[in-house]
Write a protein that binds this ligand. Structure first.
Ligand code: ADP
Ligand code: MG
Length: 693
């Protein structure tokens, strides 16, 4: 659908100007400088000629067709300009001018008017308040943008909400001597959206890797659908912006309060298969590898080096990035023994020695390309002045062109002296890195994409044994009484309706009844003060555990009555569950998205260590399992030093049931099961809290 926008055969600039520092002038010059392949029509009623091109008073005076028109005149004239474009039959406009939604209600009204008029003419609008698009295709060469980097053709495509960030990425990619395919920064995105651009890049054969920068989502669901579809076909790399609370605040004020910055952005990225980065340089370095290298089948790396120390640093960096350095097979070692110098190391890393010649390097590379136990190749290449490095590079380039397994190279040299060698590596599309850590992280990113593609998320299970009607009635009832923080009996009845296992309980209205119910449940029991005011019960002495008989229950209840006063106070009697492990499951509404669900181990592990995992609803079976396994203290759940561990199947099921519960009852704002007591073969909720809107 966006084909004409990205491949225009002719471009007009409404607001082209002689003034060197005006947007219209910069765009005209950029199109000329980038040698746009079609006609360029500057539109300006007050000029005959702009940048050496014939200028027209209006698009209607242009005789040829116009595929794309820039609008770089003040916002208030945009609707009028759209009408003229409509008359001319133009299908795409890029509104570079600012002064729309981002400036307040007045600008928002102009933006609405502009979109409405564009619709009547069947015009698609890119922007406003944006840079534009670039297509590097030598047959097109469209620089419909006012930035300053002139990229070489290649396979990286960038889409950025913020032009500032997008332009930095483009410049960084350019500095790495990596070619680009498309660039798009669509600012306010009043019509053409990031999901739409992503889909277009997804379809584009020339795009091998996509760099994405978003700060928020106007329609998170649509974004997720598009991202999931595209990420399955090719890697999408994205920065997680708004990670800190301060950063999230900056993003909210920047984007005017769109949905989903911070944690939910990261969860959206994870759920859709976008590779997330927190470091711009690392992301661009990874893009370099994705642009030229195939995706590895796993994380096992074979290293080749001609220098000892850097290979140690590389090995550390790879392992820290989650990669494995497997031993080589006997067969591989035999070949290496035969083909390398006798002093060479035939283990992993393979050391061809500083004096290693082209045939030695080639033999080592061929061995790793054939080796079943290795998924990718890491080259540690220092250019010894006593070796014919160009011949070495030629062998590397040749092997790289076979595209059997990905190769990255930590290239240690004085570039101005070794230009010939550098050029050969470049011609072989070998990504070259100045530091071992960069090369390691780039290779790890390729492997991460492979993991993502083979990630088993499973199905979203629908539990049809739940009693949604009862649950809805409870919420209805609470709403009628104006209660936001549900009573304990409501909470536990609701959990029961969703078959989330809880310790046996009764709700008593006086100490006498508490004693009677305790006997029914069977000792030992726990009693808890229940009233709307008390939130953290144990903090205020509202929990008494391990009560052995009715007398103990009655006196504990009487004590609570003294402390809190009898008004509105009830006594929650519960089976005492000793000896299990405490875990927490929580859920929180995310407007426009559903809910985030949290899992962690109870007590200090959550509060002090922040050792928790998150996922967005709806949670599939594999995702629920991943929530358990991804916390650092997972060994405490799976069993450690003779300990049997807990019922992880059941915990994963509770996570999924919670996911279904909050999805079917979206008025739930917050839900905390804290703690759930988990045993080897069972789990029980012993404390739960639900807040509704
Ligand atoms: P709150 O979180 O409001 O302070 P809880 O009901 O979570 O109150 O009780 C506090 C702690 O007491 C729990 O974290 C748990 O360690 C323990 N506890 C509560 N109920 C039980 C129970 N039924 N069996 C065993 N321990 C319990
Ligand atoms: Mg609690």
């Amino acid at each position: 659908m966006l084909d004409t926008l990205f491949n225009p055969k002719s471009v007009a600039i409404i607001g082209a100007s002689q003034k060197a520092l005006s947007i219209g002038n910069v765009i005209t010059r950029n199109l000329l400088r980038y040698e746009f392949k079609g006609p360029i029509y500057p539109i300006n009623p007050k000029a005959d000629e702009i940048c050496g091109l014939k200028a027209y008073p209006s698009v209607l005076e242009v005789t040829g067709d116009i595929d794309v028109a820039h609008i770089s005149i003040p916002a208030k004239f945009a609707p009028m300009a759209i009408d003229e474009c409509g008359k001319k039959g133009i299908k795409f406009v890029i509104i570079n001018s600012a002064g729309f939604k981002e400036v307040g209600p007045e600008g928002e009204a102009i933006e609405k008017e502009t979109v409405a008029r564009a619709k009547t003419h069947g015009i698609r609008v890119f922007g406003p308040n944006c840079q534009g698009i670039i297509n590097t295709d030598p047959d097109v060469k469209a620089y419909c943008d006012f930035t300053f980097t002139f990229p070489e053709p290649g396979h990286v495509s960038i889409v950025a909400q913020s032009g500032g960030v997008g332009a930095v990425f483009m410049q960084n990619i350019h500095d790495l001597e990596v070619g680009m395919r498309f660039y798009a920064s669509n600012g306010n995105a009043c019509d053409i959206s990031i999901p739409e651009i992503l889909r277009y890049y997804g379809e584009d054969e020339g795009t091998r890797v996509i760099i994405l920068y978003v700060e928020g989502f106007s329609d998170p669901k649509e974004f997720m659908e598009a991202a999931r579809e595209v990420a399955a076909k090719k890697p999408i790399l994205a920065m997680r912006a708004g990670r800190s609370q301060e950063g999230a605040k900056a993003a909210v004020s920047h984007t005017g309060g769109l949905v989903g910055v911070g944690l939910s952005t990261e969860l959206i990225f994870k759920k859709t298969g976008i590779l997330t980065f927190t470091d711009q340089e690392e992301m661009c370095q990874a893009a370099m590898a994705f642009a030229s290298q195939p995706i590895p089948r796993g994380n096992r790396v074979g290293l080749i080096t001609d220098t000892g120390g850097p290979a140690i640093i590389a090995t550390d960096a790879l392992v820290e990035a989650g990669m494995k350095i497997p031993p080589l097979s006997e067969k591989a070692k035999d070949v290496l023994k035969e083909k390398l110098y006798p002093e060479a190391s035939v283990h992993n890393p393979i050391d061809v020695l500083a004096t290693g010649q082209a045939p030695h390097w080639r033999a080592a590379m061929d061995v790793l390309m054939e080796e079943d136990q290795v998924d990718s190749v890491y080259i540690n290449f220092v250019t010894p002045p006593f070796v014919d490095c160009e011949s070495v590079a030629k062998e590397m380039a040749e092997v790289s062109k076979q595209r059997k397994k990905p190769i990255v190279c930590n290239y240690m040299t004085d570039k101005p002296q070794w230009t010939g060698t550098t050029e050969i590596l470049k011609s072989g599309n070998i990504p070259r890195y100045d530091y071992a850590e960069m090369a390691a992280k780039a290779l790890a990113a390729l492997s991460r994409y492979n993991d993502m593609c083979s990630r088993e998320t499973g199905e979203v299970v629908h539990f049809d044994d739940v009693d949604r009607d009862t649950a809805q009635k409870i919420l209805q009832g609470a709403k009628q009484t104006g209660r936001k923080n549900l009573s304990a009996s409501d909470v536990y009845t609701l959990l029961g309706a969703y078959r989330i296992p809880a310790a046996d309980w009764r709700m008593a209205s006086n100490p006498e009844e508490a004693g009677k119910f305790a006997a029914e449940i069977g000792f030992p029991v726990v009693i808890k003060a229940d009233s709307e005011e008390i939130v953290h019960k144990s903090d205020v002495g509202g929990v008494k555990v391990n009560l052995q008989d009715a007398k103990a229950v009655k006196s504990a209840a009487a004590e609570m009555e003294k402390k809190f006063g009898p008004k509105g106070l009830r006594f929650f009697v519960q089976k005492f569950m000793p000896g299990g492990k405490e875990v927490i499951i929580g859920a929180k509404a995310e407007p426009g998205l559903g809910h985030t669900v949290m899992f962690g181990l109870g007590g200090i592990m959550v509060e002090l260590m922040k050792d928790v995992s998150f996922e967005l609803t709806p949670i599939a079976s594999g995702e629920a399992k991943e929530m358990l396994t991804s916390i650092k203290s997972y060994p405490l759940l799976s069993g450690f030093r003779g300990d049997k561990g807990v019922d992880r199947e059941k915990l994963a099921e509770v996570i999924q049931r919670v996911s279904q519960l909050v999805t079917e009852l979206p008025e739930i704002q917050e839900m905390d099961l804290n703690p759930i007591i988990a045993y080897e073969d069972r789990v029980f909720v012993v404390d739960a809290r639900i807040i509704i809107s």
